[in-house]
Write a protein that binds this ligand. Structure first.
Ligand code: 4NP
Length: 155
């Protein structure tokens, strides 16, 4: 039996980078007719229940992707059983997820940009405290990661 892939994107607050990654991945999967479970979460709990940051919503909307309906949640140890792939947006997120992972967790855990040739080991920079153009850079990064992931998961 082949297990249907399911992908979770994790950043710190789940209001900027990971909901943008979720939106980019949903659109990329739809474009190729790939039906996979896609979600996002934060390692922190400050924004639980909140929609994405208005700048993240606006940037995605300008690319034709509506992420306004997403709501932040905190990553949970059960996520390691619910998802086949968990992608951290930066190395701190990755370290926090490693601490959260139950022993023997089956899910693949990696840095998101490890999926993009030439970007291995790099972080998707946190745009939260920066200028609006940081969100453009975030969108470019999560979109290229989504394309690389689709190529990997589409069999
Ligand atoms: P994210 O950005 O991790 O990409 O969602 C942040 C959102 C909120 C905070 C930090 C980063 N914060 O400190 O509240």
């Amino acid at each position: 039996m082949t297990v249907q892939p399911s992908v979770l994107f994790v950043c710190l607050g789940n209001i900027c980078r990971s909901p943008m990654a979720e939106g980019a991945m949903r659109v990329a999967a739809r474009e190729v007719g790939l039906e996979i479970h896609i979600d996002s979460a934060g390692t922190g709990a400050w924004h639980v229940g909140n929609p994405p940051d208005s700048r993240a919503i606006a940037t995605a909307r300008a690319k034709g992707v509506d992420i306004s309906g997403l709501r932040a949640r905190q990553a949970d140890p059960d996520d390691f059983a619910r998802f086949t792939h968990i992608f951290a947006l930066d190395s701190q997120n990755l370290a926090d997820l490693r601490r959260l992972a139950p022993g023997g967790a089956a899910a693949e855990l990696a840095l998101l940009l490890d999926m993009v040739p030439g970007r291995e080991g790099q972080a998707v920079a946190d745009p939260y405290y920066g200028a609006d153009d940081g969100f453009e850079e975030t969108w470019r990064d999560v979109s290229s990661a989504a394309q690389a992931l689709i190529a990997r998961l589409k069999v």
